[in-house]
Design a protein around this ligand. Structure first.
Ligand code: GDG
Length: 457
């Protein structure tokens, strides 16, 4: 069996539950092939400390090797905060208004990708299979090829592919797209993403589509497919049976006795549609007053990218809206919005999902959205809650039994919440059965096998 080498911006120890989905998912594959996970250590070197001479750090995590590199402050600023998160992230989520396109951070992005390529090339064996993840590392395969690496290389994009005209607003769009042709396989989250990719390469690079999923341009061929990511349903359900989750469930049920809980769990990010969601809840209380006094929205917003301006502004906005809803509708004995700017321990998440009769997963745009899948996995199959899901999440292509909504339309979302709160048990059971079947069939192990099968084919 070929050794699997995974490359992503951050590296996590796959043996730790807190590391979350991707780490748990890739853990088995890495361990069984004696694999390696390569990426940034999370450490930023201060001025005066030189990263250039610091060796790549190698740690063992069971049968897996974790190989990490520190980044000097200037590289972190330009590559991570700058180009990846202030250009690529907003543009790929259709937010040209938030993209800082005139910044010169692309040089730092190139520099870090080139440095990663040099570090990684020194560790690669000829028969390795290399699986590179996400928008931080688009040009990595091209850099590795320039160093003579001939290994099979696949790329999985966790975020959406924007429509071609939006992509074309990035000054370096041609270079980015050309870089993608250094891979053997491109995996996207949804068919919409594949369509956007196909239209872009056809329009801008006159790519020929040979087989259904093979594109030829720039003298190379690349296969591009939708391989939607899933969750480890069994692992998540086992977490729900664990002590911490059971205790939390009991606490929540006691504390919110007689209340119906709605839940949202997200990184605090403008792609997740949080202001619109809070306004939809406000609209629910305004238009359907019978929900006052007995319905509570618990919104967890886990801190994320606090050093990027747009995130700090969003944080203020959310505090403003949740405060406004609470002061407008709150009573001495009832607070409608329980908003937390804090992460909840992963071991407690299943309890929060299970205690809630409706989940609001309403991003304005999302590659997939795993919270939607976790919510379904965590439900009591005999008395399941209802998923309200944005049609603009990649998950909507698969999870058609959810109540699909347009997250920009606050009135429609309020109506959807109202119908979720009143859905008959029979319909809840039917929808949940279908949703659970889907997330089980297309779980994270399917995703990994499907990607590898296509990469090695
Ligand atoms: C990218 C794409 C795609 C959230 N809050 C807490 C917490 N979480 C966990 C959730 C879930 C994960 O983080 C979030 O996953 P998402 O899929 O919603 O989103 P992104 O972070 O934006 O990830 C996305 C994903 O990649 C995978 O391909 O689905 O579209 O944007 O697992 O449970 N976990 C803990 N505390 C929190 O407060 N422990």
């Amino acid at each position: 069996m070929a050794r699997l080498v995974v490359v992503s911006n951050r590296v996590a120890d796959p043996r730790k539950t807190a590391a979350g989905g991707l780490a748990v998912a890739l853990g088995d594959a890495l361990a069984s092939s004696g694999g390696m996970w390569f990426g940034w250590s999370g450490q930023v070197l201060q001025a005066g400390e030189s990263g250039a001479d610091a060796p790549t750090q190698l740690h063992r995590a069971g049968a897996t090797t974790l190989a990490t590199v520190d980044l000097p402050q200037a590289d972190y600023d330009a590559y991570y905060l700058g180009y990846a998160n202030s250009v690529l992230w907003p543009v790929f989520h259709n937010r040209l208004d938030l993209a800082e396109l005139d910044r010169s951070d692309v040089d730092g992005y190139r520099r870090v990708n080139r440095m990663f390529a040099h570090r990684l090339a020194a560790l690669l064996k000829p028969d390795d299979v290399v699986w590179i993840h996400d928008y931080h590392l688009i040009p990595l395969a091209a850099e590795l090829r320039a160093l003579g690496c001939k290994q099979r290389m696949g790329f999985f994009l966790h975020i959406p592919v924007p429509p071609p005209m939006i992509m074309a607003a990035i000054p370096q769009h041609e270079w980015l797209m050309r870089s993608l042709f250094a891979y053997d396989l491109l995996g996207f989250q949804s068919n919409t993403d594949v369509t956007h990719f196909a239209r872009y390469v056809h329009n801008e690079a006159r790519a020929e589509r040979r087989d259904d999923d093979v594109f030829h341009a720039f003298g190379r061929s690349v296969r591009a497919r939708a391989v939607p990511i899933g969750i480890d349903v069994n692992e998540f359900q086992a977490l729900g049976r664990g002590r911490e989750s059971q205790d939390m469930l009991e606490t929540l049920r006691k504390q919110y006795l007689g209340q119906r809980l709605l839940v949202g769990v997200d990184r605090l990010d403008y792609s997740k549609g949080l202001p619109q969601r809070l306004r939809a809840f406000q609209r629910l209380l305004a238009d359907y007053p019978e929900n006052r006094g007995n319905t509570v929205l618990i919104q967890v917003a886990a801190p994320s990218r606090e050093m990027v301006n747009a995130y700090a502004e969003l944080r203020m906005e959310l505090e403003g809206i949740s405060g406004a809803v609470n002061s407008e509708y709150g009573e001495l004995d009832w607070t409608p919005v329980r908003y937390m700017y804090r992460a909840v321990a992963r071991k407690r998440l299943p309890a929060l999902y299970r205690a809630s009769c409706v989940a609001l997963v309403t991003p304005l745009r999302d590659g997939m959205n795993l919270v939607a899948k976790e919510y379904v996995a965590a439900q009591d199959p005999d008395d399941p809650g209802v998923l309200v899901l944005s049609r603009f999440a990649g998950a909507a292509e698969q999870m058609t039994q959810a109540i699909l909504v347009n997250p920009y339309d606050t009135q429609a979302v309020a109506e959807a919440i109202q119908s979720a709160l009143h859905m008959s048990q029979e319909e809840r059971l039917r929808r949940h059965r279908e949703l659970l079947k889907g997330i089980r069939e297309f779980d994270v192990h399917w995703w990994h096998k499907e990607f590898m099968h296509n990469l090695l084919d």
